[in-house]
Design a protein around this ligand. Structure first.
Ligand SMILES: NC(=O)c1ccc[n+]([C@@H]2O[C@H](COP(=O)([O-])OP(=O)(O)OC[C@H]3O[C@@H](n4cnc5c(N)ncnc54)[C@H](OP(=O)(O)O)[C@@H]3O)[C@@H](O)[C@H]2O)c1
Length: 335
C-alpha cells in the first residue's frame, strides 16, 4: 500500500482528495492536516468526507509517508515541500508554487519572491497526458491549475500540428469552489447567486503565464493568448470556450481526426462527436476533460469542460500519483 499524507485537508481540494484517496484500493491515508480544525474529524467539517482525524501540521510525521499532497495556498506550500523532499518523501503540490519555471515570473504574478527557487528546475509540471515519462521518476510534481488544464488539453493538438493562425481567445467560466473555501465578499452567496460576472479579463489573471509556458512546450513562439475568466453561480465545474483562428486548409474532418488521434488512448480526455458541445454536466464529479470541436469558417471553436476540483485539482493529482508509483493510471478514479 502507498502511504499518503494530505496537508490542508479542510479546503475544497483537500476534501476532494480525501474522498478519492479514501476509495483508492492501493492507498492508505496516514494523516490529514488542518491548522484551524485539528482534533476534529474531517467528516465533522464535510459530512460526505471519510472520518479522518485531523492533526496539526507540526504533529504530522511527514517522513513516514511515500507521497505528500499539498492542498495549501501558494507561498505556504513551497516550504512544506522543501521539508518533505529533504525527508525523502515525494510531493504533489496542488498550489501554484512550482508551476512556473522562472522565479522572476512567479514574483511578478504572485507578488512575492519564490520561497524555494532552487527546487523549480526539478519540479515536473503534472499535466498528466504530456508528462508521463518525467512523472515516473519525479520527486516533486506541480499539479496544474484548473483553468490551464481545461485550456491546454484543448489546444495541444492544434499547437503540435502548427495549425494556429492568430490570437487565441479563451473565454472560461468557473464554479465558485475555484476560489477556495475561505469566505470573500466577491464569492459570497448574495454576490454570486443569480449573477454571472467576468473578472481579470484579458491578460491579467495569474493562470495566463502558466498557460503561455504550456503553449511554449509545443511551439517555440506560440500565438498570443487572451484569457477571460468568469464566475458562474454554481459550486463546481469549468467550461472554456476557446476561439482559434486556423491557418489555411483545415477541414472539419481533418481537425476531428487530429483530436481523435492525439487522444485515442487517453482514459481521461474525451473528444465528443460532431454536433455535440461540451457542458459542465459532461465532466462534473469525474476526472475527465471533455472537448468538442465546432468549425465556423476559418475559426475553430473549442468547448472544454472539466471539474475544477477533480481533473482541475485532486483527480489529476491522484492520476499523477498513479503514474509516479507505476499503478494503473485510472486506479481510484473510475467507479
Ligand atoms: N479550488 C480549486 O478549484 C483549485 C483548483 C486547482 C488548484 N487549486 C489550488 O490548490 C490549493 C488549495 O486550494 P483550495 O481551493 O482547496 O483552498 P481552500 O479551500 O482555501 O483551502 C486551503 C487549505 O489550506 C489550509 N491553510 C490555509 N492557510 C494556511 C496556512 N497559512 N498554513 C497552513 N495551512 C493553511 C486551510 O487549512 P485550515 O484553515 O483548516 O487550517 C485549508 O485546508 C490552492 O493553492 C489553490 O490555488 C485550487
Amino acid at each position: 500500500m502507498i502511504r499518503a499524507g494530505i496537508i490542508g485537508a479542510t479546503g475544497y481540494t483537500g476534501f476532494e482528495l480525501a474522498r478519492i484517496l479514501g476509495r483508492h484500493p492501493a492507498v492508505t491515508v496516514q494523516f490529514a492536516t488542518s491548522q484551524s480544525q485539528a482534533g476534529r474529524l474531517l467528516s465533522d467539517v464535510y459530512p460526505a468526507a471519510p472520518p479522518l482525524r485531523l492533526v496539526a501540521q507540526e504533529e504530522a510525521a511527514l517522513g513516514e509517508v511515500d507521497v505528500l499532497f499539498l492542498c495549501l495556498p501558494h507561498g505556504v506550500a513551497a516550504p512544506v515541500a522543501e521539508t518533505a523532499l529533504a525527508a525523502g518523501v515525494r510531493v504533489v503540490d496542488l498550489s501554484a508554487d512550482f508551476r512556473l519555471k522562472d522565479p522572476a515570473v512567479y514574483a511578478a504574478w504572485y507578488g512575492q519572491e519564490h520561497p524555494a527557487p532552487h527546487l523549480l528546475a526539478g519540479a515536473v509540471y503534472g499535466l498528466t497526458e504530456v508528462a508521463r515519462p518525467a512523472l515516473r521518476t519525479a520527486r516533486l510534481v506541480a499539479n496544474p491549475g484548473c483553468y490551464p488544464t481545461s485550456v491546454l488539453l484543448a489546444l495541444r493538438p492544434l499547437l503540435e500540428a502548427g495549425a494556429v493562425g492568430g490570437t487565441i481567445i479563451a473565454d472560461s467560466k468557473s464554479g465558485v469552489s475555484g476560489a477556495g473555501r475561505a469566505p470573500r465578499q466577491d464569492t459570497h452567496f448574495v454576490e454570486v447567486a443569480n449573477n454571472f460576472s467576468p473578472y481579470k479579463i484579458g491578460r491579467v489573471h495569474r493562470h495566463l503565464p502558466e498557460m503561455e509556458q504550456g503553449l511554449r512546450c509545443w511551439q517555440a513562439d506560440p500565438p498570443p493568448l487572451i484569457f477571460s475568466p468568469h464566475l458562474l453561480p454554481v459550486p463546481r465545474g469549468i467550461l472554456s470556450t476557446i476561439y482559434v483562428p486556423l491557418n489555411n486548409g483545415w477541414s472539419e474532418g481533418a481537425l476531428r481526426a487530429l483530436y481523435q488521434e492525439t487522444y485515442a488512448d487517453e482514459p481521461f480526455v474525451k473528444v465528443l462527436p460532431a454536433g455535440t458541445l461540451a457542458t459542465l454536466a459532461h465532466a462534473n464529479h469525474t476526472n475527465l476533460c471533455v472537448i468538442a470541436l465546432t468549425l465556423a469558417g476559418d475559426m475553430l471553436i473549442l468547448t472544454s469542460a472539466i471539474d475544477n476540483l477533480v481533473k482541475g485539482a485532486a483527480g489529476q493529482a491522484v492520476q499523477n500519483m498513479n503514474v509516479m508509483f507505476r499503478l494503473e493510471e485510472v486506479r481510484g478514479l473510475v467507479e
